[in-house]
Design a protein around this ligand. Structure first.
Ligand code: MIC
Ligand code: SF4
Length: 639
């Protein structure tokens, strides 16, 4: 029986377990990646492990999230990250060098490698045939210490591409088609593997856009074969020696197959407030637009900006629209500067933004009250932009540029421009000068914002407390732990904890800490797909700090589940989804005999307020159960 590409790469890296879908396995990690917003905690955790230097093949620390620097916190974090990188053998990508996933694709990602990154869009590198997984910072710290990564062997879904994209339709529309089909929930422990004749019509940056937003479906990763297009890209980057041809066997057997004809796709948009809420641009045509932002790790490559500039060339941004462009990397910025693309953008009225995450994470460019913002980024979660009343739509660079000119949602096929001359250049800029390579000599700098990674206590034999909050379906990590203006507290847990669930319940933090101080154990009650989105482990650490001991949900997303287990919070699922309705916020709850229940996997929740007995099951591997009993992974590795 033929093998899928995913299983070929997993078997090359398998350290422990049986490679069968649903089984727990551990794999060797070749490359790691961190960014500053998750990196400070990851390196503090790495330090807590007392390992002298990184043990994996390549570790890179990027600064791209917190680059606005209002107050001393961000700069202090950067200095900590720069000095700890030097000390421990990590390559440091300086602020200004670009967004981690874009820079990784340009400089380090290689076909056939495994990559673990403390950012949920790490699978972007799947576009080059790398098995790339997003994880919490602690998992990445463990990988840097040379400890294999624990995961569930995934099911593999084959997305078979045929045909060729029509003019003005691009990779973003492909992934929005995938999202329209698969949705944002129910794809846990799945790999999307792309095959078929349509693959060769897509460049590596196109494939990276598609792999990037697979994260919004909740998959473990997305994977493209490594073929002539991959060789061509690596050669253009001056890294041709890293090429390795990779594909699935002809007779590979998949868990599911979905056929997508690229020539049938039309321009699409994800509507508020979910990347899975997809409509055709045609359906939205004519809607007034107030802001257009082009950039983010999804769509900020050289070709993305070239195409947008070609549409904007000779036109001017509509008077009631703000247009911003954030190139994905310094290499991209230098290329568009040299070839005149930047001039076209500026002449058209674009505001040029820093090569960083910026607007995508709500750090700046918050849209106006009740306004409409078109963005080429990957997430339009409620309030993520910084303006809760705004409507954020996710679109391709082509749709963004066409709409910036007209001031209304516009199908780019109607813009009257010709972009057929926009082609990938023969070589791509490749400047290494903003990386700092380790010398193992720096003195580690710690500003006042740098705290200690907090630890949990061992799991008590019985839990007794209240349902401190009850939430609906698809609660994202942006709901749990806001980013934007609050992100500067990432290395200061007591401060950051004040903002847990800020956008949906401003009293939560006070209520939870008061309960904790009374000696109660906190419960979070949730419905489907709890913890979607980001890999930020703060969505587990801060609730832990507030005394949360269990999340009881209908379903929990993969990375968040791992983060909960890593910090000793019980991830529990309802045996019967309807029991969700039997618990109300504020109910007094109790679980006894937790240690025995850990072994059987079955827990009984006593709702003391109603008298109901509600059966639950643990959602954790055997290894994770041990971790939770000890109160988290840090307690475990320190033993
Ligand atoms: C995001 O896009 O939500 C982030 C910010 O990049 C996060 C990481 C973080 O919260 O630091 C992610 O995607 O994992
Ligand atoms: Fe940065 Fe946005 Fe990409 Fe997250 S999704 S890594 S915030 S650009």
């Amino acid at each position: 029986m033929g093998q899928t590409l995913a299983y070929k790469l997993l078997s090359e890296h398998l350290v422990d377990g049986t490679l069968r879908s649903g089984e727990s396995i551990s794999i060797r990690i070749d490359h790691t990646l961190t960014q500053d917003a998750t990196g400070t905690m990851a390196y503090l955790e790495f330090e807590a492990m007392d390992v002298d230097r990184v043990r994996n093949e390549l570790a890179v620390s990027y600064i791209d999230h917190n680059t606005i620097q209002i107050g001393y916190e961000n700069f202090d974090d950067h200095e900590y990250l720069r000095t700890i990188a030097d000390r421990k053998g990590i390559i440091f990508s300086r602020p200004g060098n670009g967004i981690c996933h874009q820079v990784n694709l340009e400089h380090f990602a290689l076909p056939g490698k495994t990559l673990l990154g403390s950012d949920s869009h790490t699978p972007t590198a799947g576009g080059i045939g790398c098995f790339a997984i997003g994880a919490g910072g602690l998992d990445v710290a463990l990988a840097m210490a040379g400890i294999p990564f624990q995961m569930v062997a995934p099911r593999v879904v084959n997305i078979r591409l045929s045909g060729k994209l029509r003019p003005f339709v691009s990779a973003k529309d492909v992934i929005l088609s995938v999202l329209a089909h698969f949705g944002t929930k129910g794809n846990v422990n799945t790999v999307f593997e792309y095959t078929g004749s349509g693959v060769s019509t897509l460049s590596v940056p196109d494939r990276a856009t598609i792999a990037n937003m697979g994260a919004e479906c909740g998959v473990t990763t997305s994977l493209f074969p490594s073929d002539e297009k991959t060789r061509e890209f690596l050669e253009k980057e001056g890294r041709g020696e890293g090429f390795r041809a990779l594909s699935a066997d002809e007779d590979a057997v998949y868990d599911d197959v979905w056929d997508l004809d690229l020539s049938s796709i039309e321009p699409l948009a994800a509507c508020p407030h979910s990347p899975g809420n997809v409509k055709s641009v045609g359906e939205l045509e004519g809607m007034k637009v107030n802001q257009v932002l082009i950039g983010s790790c999804t769509n900020s490559s050289y070709m993305d900006l070239r195409k947008a500039a070609e549409i904007l060339d000779g036109s001017h941004v509509h008077p009631s629209v703000e247009l911003g462009v954030a190139p994905g990397s310094r290499d991209v910025l230098m290329m568009i500067t040299e070839d005149g693309t930047l001039e076209k953008l500026i002449k058209a009225g674009a505001r040029i933004l820093e090569t960083a995450c910026g607007f995508c994470i709500g750090s700046h460019q918050s849209p106006g009250t009740e306004s409409v913002s078109l963005r080429t980024s990957n997430r339009n979660f409620y309030a993520r932009s910084g303006t809760a009343s705004a409507s954020v739509y996710l679109v391709s660079p082509e749709t963004a540029a066409a709409s910036a000119i007209t001031g209304v949602f516009t199908d780019p096929r109607k813009c009257g421009k010709d972009i057929s001359s926009v082609k990938m250049p023969d070589s791509l800029m490749h400047d290494d000068s903003m990386f700092i390579y380790p010398t193992f000599t720096a003195e580690v700098k710690r500003g006042p914002n740098i705290g200690q990674p907090p630890r949990n206590t061992a799991l008590p034999e019985s839990l007794h407390g209240r349902a401190l909050i009850k939430v609906e379906d698809r609660i994202t990590t942006d709901h749990i732990m806001p980013a934007g203006a609050r992100m500067k507290y990432r290395s200061n847990i007591p401060e950051y904890s004040k903002y847990v669930f800020e956008s949906i319940d401003q009293d939560f933090s006070g209520r939870a800490s008061a309960a904790r101080d009374r000696g109660e154990h906190g419960f979070i009650i949730a419905r489907q797909s709890y913890g979607q989105g980001s890999s930020r482990e703060h969505a587990a650490i801060c609730p832990m700090y507030l005394g949360i001991k269990a999340v009881v949900a209908v379903s929990i997303e993969r990375i968040h589940q791992a983060n909960l287990a890593n910090f000793g919070i019980l991830p529990l699922l309802f045996e019967n989804a309807d029991d969700y309705d039997r618990i109300s916020e504020g109910d007094e709850l109790e679980i006894t005999g937790t240690h025995e229940a850990m072994e059987s996997g079955s827990f009984m929740l006593h709702d003391i307020t109603t008298g109901d007995m509600i059966p639950l099951r643990i959602f954790a591997s055997e290894a994770q159960r041990k971790t939770i009993l000890l109160g988290g992974r840090l307690n475990e590795v320190a033993l």
